[in-house]
Design a protein around this ligand. Structure first.
Ligand code: NAD
Length: 478
């Protein structure tokens, strides 16, 4: 069999130790890999590369299209972009697949029958990285959710479920509060779910869904969710299955794929031969399946299960009574190598087939009629009570545009606000055309000009559109 080129990065913290252990096991099992190594993470950041990766390294990734990546440390503080987020977005890795499985009775857990796969949207949501400081007191992070992005991840979750013999797909979202962004996610879930009558569908608002996942994870199968919830809840799922050190993950796109552990670089455990390499190893198993070496993937996975069954455990899963021998990273890897060719006795044996690839395209939609019906003008203002700002702004109009409402942190403060409402220096002033009427760009410019000339500090504007006559903006609370 010819060798498959892959790009490998050893990362930071415990990264180099767990990568060495993982590669030793994969190669000992007979994986046919042509390894190109790149440097990423802390050292690159500290040399001045704000994205944590050198330009030449992208060439390797785009050539091999397969990335086995150890965790990295993103230095705290401004100016450093998360390499993980950049890689996922730059390579179009839209689906993050994170299985969390319990290995009872060999690895102690309160949830012996857990076998959940979290399918996390990987490119959008609050991870779009669009943040601003707008006034002295107020910062914002934009939550971006697109229809094509949502369609792709939801369809991926259903296709994944079908291809892997899974019975149910659950959606978690906070659509009761974020009606446009998470609302779209839920709507697309119901729409696309119709096309999969063989799969049970379920939807939970993320807070109660998360509580149920932590309490009765055995009731879940595949769960699809937006980026942030998926990031948080996959750590929870892995930890309650036994250890965050046990879970691997794949990041799948149309052209490239990246495989990693779900945990981070655990700097406090670094350099001590302590870390559990299992998460990255299972990421490696997913990689072998992806590159058509499913038999080696099964061989590695089964030897690893046998090692767990034999009670050879790293510190994070070691429990007196259940475990037999507490080992370091290197010894654990050697124990897996010693068991290559063996099958687990109690835990289910794994027999991988080559992973299915799904050709997922977002739907083609008719262009909608988009009409501007108003504008939100955001002001930095410290001049006193809302009433005063309202009375000032009432004087400014442009054509059919006039002030309708002012909010502070989203709550209505004019007209008719409460004196109890706490106000910051950040005011949203909504100007609207009368119902059924539209406005022009020239009116927006005129209004902006009038307000600026009056000495008011405009920090941002947001156009308010109707799409086919339906409002594309949230109404005001209060
Ligand atoms: P972490 O996941 O690195 O570690 C949290 C704790 O979990 C550790 O202290 C340790 O007790 C345990 N743990 C994690 N991995 C383990 C393993 N393999 N074996 C045994 N125990 C393990 O989370 P953190 O401390 O919040 O983050 C540390 C750094 O990692 C940060 O710089 C963060 O940005 C980065 N990070 C990177 C990635 C990635 O590269 N994919 C993901 C998450 C966090």
């Amino acid at each position: 069999m010819s060798k498959t080129p892959i790009t490998v990065a050893y990362g930071d913290g415990i990264g180099p130790e767990i990568m060495e252990a993982t590669l030793n096991i994969l190669l000992a099992a007979g994986a046919q890999l042509e390894i190109e190594t790149i440097e990423i993470g802390e050292k690159v950041y500290l040399r001045g590369g704000t994205s944590g990766i050198e330009t030449e390294s992208w060439d390797s990734l785009r050539r091999t299209k397969v990335f086995l990546k150890a965790p990295i440390t993103t230095p705290q503080g401004g100016g450093y972009k998360s390499l993980n987020v950049t890689t996922r977005k730059a390579l179009g890795l839209y689906a993050n697949v994170r299985p969390a499985v319990s290995y009872s009775p060999f690895v102690k857990t309160k949830h012996p029958n857990m076998n959940v796969v979290i399918v996390r949207e990987n490119e959008e949501d609050l991870y779009a990285g669009i943040e601003h400081r707008q006034t002295q007191d107020v910062y914002q992070c934009l939550k971006v959710v697109s229809r094509p992005g949502t369609e792709k991840i939801v369809r991926y979750a259903f296709e994944y479920a079908r291809a892997n013999g899974r019975k149910k797909v659950t959606c978690f979202a906070k659509d009761n509060i974020m009606k446009f962004t998470d609302g779209l996610f839920s709507k697309v879930f119901y729409e696309i779910g119709e096309e999969y009558p063989d799969i049970e569908k379920e939807h939970w608002i993320v807070d109660i869904g998360a509580a149920k996942l932590a309490d009765t994870p055995e009731n879940f199968d595949v769960i699809v969710m937006p980026n942030l919830y998926g990031d948080i809840l996959s750590d929870v799922a892995a930890q309650i299955s036994g250890s965050v050190g046990l879970a691997g993950s794949s990041n799948i796109g149309d052209h490239c794929a990246m495989f990693e552990a779900i945990h981070g670089s655990a700097p406090r455990r670094a350099g001590q031969n302590l870390a559990n390499p299992s998460g990255l190893l299972l990421g490696g198993v997913m990689m072998l399946q992806h590159i058509g070496q499913a038999d080696i993937a099964s061989k590695v996975h089964n030897a690893w299960l046998k090692t767990l069954e034999d009670g050879i455990h790293t510190y994070d899963i070691f429990r007196e009574g259940t475990s037999k021998e507490k080992v370091g990273t290197k010894e654990f890897a050697q124990a897996v190598i010693d068991r290559l060719g063996q099958l687990p006795g109690t835990l289910a044996t794994v027999d991988y087939k080559e992973s299915a690839t799904f050709d997922i395209k977002p739907s083609v939609r008719e262009p909608q009629k988009k009409e501007q019906v108003g504008i939100d003008i955001f002001l930095n203002w410290t001049g006193g009570a809302a009433e005063q700002l309202g009375k000032t702004l009432e004087q400014y109009t442009a054509g059919n545009l006039s002030l309708k409402v002012i909010t502070n942190r989203g709550v209505k403060v004019y007209p008719g606000g409460f004196p109890e409402t706490f106000c910051t220096d950040h005011w949203r002033c909504r100007f609207m055309a009368p119902d059924g009427e539209t406005i022009s760009a020239a009116q927006v410019v005129e209004l902006y000009d009038n307000i600026s000339k009056a000495g008011l500090d405009i920090i941002k504007t947001e156009n308010l559109y109707n799409f086919d006559g339906v409002a594309g903006f949230s109404s005001v609370h209060g």
